[in-house]
Design a protein around this ligand. Structure first.
Ligand code: NAP
Length: 343
């Protein structure tokens, strides 16, 4: 059972499982929203696996009982991914992440067939702000760290992922039917299976090409990883019997300007990709216009970060695509699917 089959990441997990011949139950929030579900079908030429769709809302206890019935593996990925313009962090982020994880795991407890749960957490459950790197002994984040700086008011998305992952680790301790692995990806980029544009990862890549950042980007380092590698990590986590624990899933750290340079190298000057980094104080001044609080700018712009992905390489035998390929193929998909007008 994969929760949230309409999502950017889940779509890849579902697709890869079906291509591997594995039967999949997946959930969608609203059966009437056909635009979000069009891509959810078994690739008949290559697979005879079954795909079963269920309607389920993270906020409704019991909604996941039926989708999970008879399954051995649960991959819980559905959770809101919103970074800006948040008006009520409790309702928009924290409740669906935290109550959603609790509801899914309570449904797991009712289904004795489940042996393993793989939870999509995030690198932001490891660190809250990039400045946090300064308090890490070796200057590299590992799976031993937890985000201790986010709150419902400051970095609420990161807070929602942290409390949801912590809840899952506390619930797994209360039973011995299933074990838990978490996948903690950095910023996910790479081609999308669907033509949706409302997923943050897809929307941000479109913004690189539509001129949103043409006057400059902040000097912001992010850990980047390809969506196909993140999907693979979930599947390896599900099917590697001796694997355990948390897993940082990151290829390389890069700045927003690094991303723009890769885009310009492959797509030329046809699109208004950002050409420069603008000063930190400017972003501090205008942060509220972009739906961010100034504390976010103070604690994140200008701090270089590093995450250690060695555990996922040894425990899950992961390899990672270079981010240049990820970014190039992501932008190509956006152009091929007509999601961005030619510059
Ligand atoms: P996405 O495309 O926005 O997908 C989010 C999914 O969650 C959608 O299927 C959405 O359903 C579902 N969802 C949200 N609220 C729900 C609710 N109340 N009930 C049922 N379903 C609900 O985002 P994504 O990038 O694929 O993210 C997937 C997971 O990866 C999330 O757990 C996110 O925190 C994690 N993650 C993402 C990134 C990244 O850079 N993208 C990085 C690290 C971790 P609808 O389609 O109906 O909206």
């Amino acid at each position: 059972m994969v929760s949230g089959g309409t999502g950017y990441l889940s779509s890849w997990i579902v697709k890869m499982l079906l291509e591997d011949g594995i039967n999949v139950n997946t959930t969608v929030r609203d059966f009437n929203d056909e635009a979000k579900m069009g891509h959810l079908e078994t690739p008949k030429e290559t697979s005879d696996a079954d795909l079963n769709l269920f309607e389920a809302n993270l906020l409704k206890p019991g909604d996941f009982d039926e989708p999970i019935k008879g399954c051995e593996l649960v991959i819980h990925t559905a959770s809101p991914y919103i970074l800006t313009g948040i008006k009520n962090s409790e309702e928009e982020l924290i409740q669906p992440a935290l109550e959603g994880t609790t509801n899914v795991l309570e449904s797991v407890n009712k289904n004795p067939t489940v042996k393993r749960v793989v939870l999509t957490s995030s690198a932001v459950a490891i660190y809250g702000d990039t400045v946090d790197i300064q308090s890490i002994p070796n200057g590299v984040f590992t799976e031993n760290e937890w985000n201790i700086t986010s709150t419902p008011d400051h970095q609420p998305y990161s807070y929602s992922k942290t409390v949801a992952e912590k809840k899952a680790w506390s619930l797994v301790m209360q039973q011995d039917q299933w074990d838990l692995l978490s996948i903690n990806p950095g910023w996910i980029l790479g081609p999308s299976v669907s033509k949706r544009t409302d997923s943050m990862s897809i929307n941000t890549m479109i913004e690189f090409g539509n001129g949103t950042y043409k006057s400059g980007v902040p000097k912001l380092w992010t850990p980047i990883v390809d969506v196909r590698d993140v999907a693979t990590a979930h599947i390896k986590a599900g099917f590697t019997p001796n694997a355990s624990g948390r897993h940082i899933i990151v290829s390389e750290e890069a700045t927003l300007l690094d991303i723009a340079k890769i885009l310009r190298k492959h797509f030329g000057n046809e699109y208004p990709f950002p050409k420069r980094e603008a000063p930190k104080f400017l972003f501090w001044l205008i942060a509220p216009m972009y739906g961010r609080i100034r504390k976010y700018v103070s604690r994140n712009v200008g701090f270089r970060i590093k995450l250690d992905n060695s555990y996922s390489k040894s425990d899950l035998n992961m390899t990672f695509l270079p981010i240049e390929q990820t970014i190039k193929e992501h932008f190509n998909q956006i152009l091929d699917d007509g999601l961005l007008a030619k510059g």
